[in-house]
Design a protein around this ligand. Structure first.
Ligand code: AKG
Ligand code: FE2
Length: 368
C-alpha cells in the first residue's frame, strides 16, 4: 500500500516536471497558452485553495496605502519636513506608499506601459529570440524566473532589462518596440530614485546625501511584467506573496487592479492611481535601516477581463561580493541595538539564491 502511494506521488512529480519543461520549451510564456485558446488553467499553475485567500475575508475597504504628494519638496522647508515625515511613517507602517507629483511626465509613464504591451503582443517569433533563463543576460524574456523551484507557476511573463550595472546597457540591445521609451523611462526613474533617497535619509535622521553615498541603489533592473487574461483567475496568482530582495522598488502599474499588500494580516488592494508610482521598501533597506523601514509581503492577482502590465524597477547595490552590508552605525546609538549582523553582499545574495521563492521569510537568517 505504502509503496503504491509513493510510486503514485513519484509519477505525479514526474508528470509535473514534464509539463513544466513542455511549457518552458514553447518559449511563448503564459500568453502563448492564452493565444492557443485554453479555457482552463493548466495544473502547473494551480495553487492550493488555502494559499489563494482571495479577498472575501478581508476588510479591503477599511484600508488604503498612503498617497504622498511630492509637490514642493524642494521649495519650502516645512513642506519638505511634512513629506519626509509622511514617507517615514508609510515606510514603517506599510512598507508601501504611492507618490504623485513626482516629476516624471505622464507621457513617459504611459509610453512605457504601451511599449511593454507592444512587446508582448507582437509576433511570437520575435519574442522567442529573447527567451532565456540565463540570469547573466541583460535583456531577456521568460515566464516564471522560479518555474522549476516554486510550488506552482504564476500567471505572468516577464521582460527584463538590467539597465544600470557598472557598464550601461547598449541601447541597441533593447527590443525596438520599446527602446526609446525604456531609455527615457530609466532616465526619469533615476531622478525619482535620487529624490526618494534624499527624503528617506532625512527621515532616518541622517544627512540628505547619506543613502546615496552608501551606493545601495546604483543598479536598476526593470522587470516588465505582463499578466495575460486568465480563464480561471480564482485558481492561480500573477505573482505569489513575496518581499522584494532589492533596496528600493519603484513600481509603475497599469490602471487595472491586481496588486495587493499584506497589512495587519489582510490582503489590501493597492488601487492604481493614474500618474502615480508605487514605492516599496526592499529587504536590503530593511537590514540597513535596522528594521526602521519595513519590507512587506505583496502579491499580484490576475483577472479574466484584461491583460495587466506592471514595470517594477528594482534598485539595488552593484554586485561587489566584498561589499559590507549591515545596519547603519549612526542608527545604533542611544540604546538602539543592531537587529542584524554585519555581512558581505555575497552572503546576502547567496542566502536569497538558496532560499527559492514562495514568500519564505528570508531576513530572520541574518538576525542577531
Ligand atoms: O505586478 C505587480 O503589481 C507587482 C509585481 C511585483 O511585485 C514584482 O515584480 O516584484
Ligand atoms: Fe515585488
Amino acid at each position: 500500500m505504502e509503496e503504491g502511494l509513493s510510486s503514485l506521488i513519484l509519477e505525479s512529480e514526474f508528470n509535473r516536471a514534464k509539463e513544466l519543461k513542455a511549457f518552458d520549451n514553447t518559449k511563448t510564456g503564459v500568453k502563448g497558452l492564452v493565444d492557443a485558446g485554453i479555457l482552463k488553467v493548466p495544473k502547473i499553475f494551480i495553487r492550493p485553495i488555502n494559499e489563494l485567500g482571495h479577498n472575501s475575508e478581508s476588510n479591503l475597504n477599511d484600508f488604503q496605502i498612503p498617497i504622498i504628494n511630492l509637490h514642493g519638496y524642494r521649495d519650502d522647508k516645512q513642506r519638505r519636513q511634512d513629506i519626509v515625515d509622511e514617507i517615514l511613517k508609510a515606510s514603517q507602517n506599510w512598507g508601501f506608499f504611492q507618490v504623485v507629483n513626482h516629476g516624471v511626465p505622464s507621457s513617459v509613464m504611459e509610453g512605457m506601459i504601451k511599449g511593454v504591451h507592444r512587446f508582448n503582443e507582437q509576433d511570437v517569433d520575435v519574442k522567442k529570440e529573447l527567451y532565456s533563463r540565463d540570469t547573466a543576460i541583460r535583456v531577456r524574456y521568460y515566464s516564471n524566473f522560479d518555474l522549476y523551484t516554486s510550488k506552482a507557476a504564476s500567471w505572468r511573463d516577464t521582460l527584463t532589462f538590467k539597465m544600470l550595472t557598472p557598464d550601461p546597457l547598449n541601447p541597441q540591445e533593447l527590443p525596438i518596440v520599446c527602446r526609446e521609451t525604456t531609455i527615457e523611462f530609466t532616465k526619469h526613474i533615476t531622478n525619482l530614485r535620487d529624490i526618494l533617497l534624499e527624503l528617506m535619509s532625512e527621515g532616518l535622521g541622517l544627512k540628505g546625501n547619506f543613502l546615496k553615498q552608501m551606493e545601495c541603489a546604483e543598479s536598476c533592473t526593470l522587470l516588465c511584467n505582463y499578466y495575460p487574461i486568465c480563464p480561471e483567475p480564482e485558481l492561480t496568482v500573477g505573482a505569489a506573496p513575496h518581499t522584494d530582495p532589492s533596496f528600493l522598488t519603484i513600481l509603475l502599474q497599469e490602471n487595472i487592479a491586481g496588486l495587493q499588500v499584506l497589512h495587519q494580516e489582510s490582503w489590501v488592494d493597492i488601487n492604481p492611481i493614474p500618474g502615480a508610482f508605487v514605492i516599496n521598501i526592499g529587504d536590503l533597506l530593511q537590514i540597513i535601516s535596522n528594521d526602521k523601514l519595513k519590507s512587506v509581503k505583496h502579491r499580484a492577482l490576475v483577472n479574466h477581463t484584461a491583460p495587466r502590465v506592471s514595470i517594477a524597477c528594482f534598485l539595488s547595490t552593484l554586485y561587489d561580493v566584498a561589499k559590507p552590508i549591515g545596519p547603519i552605525k549612526e542608527l545604533i546609538t542611544n540604546g538602539h541595538h543592531p537587529v542584524y549582523r554585519d555581512m558581505l553582499l555575497k552572503d546576502y545574495f547567496d542566502h536569497f539564491a538558496s532560499q527559492g521563492t514562495d514568500g519564505k521569510p528570508g531576513l530572520d537568517y541574518f538576525k542577531l
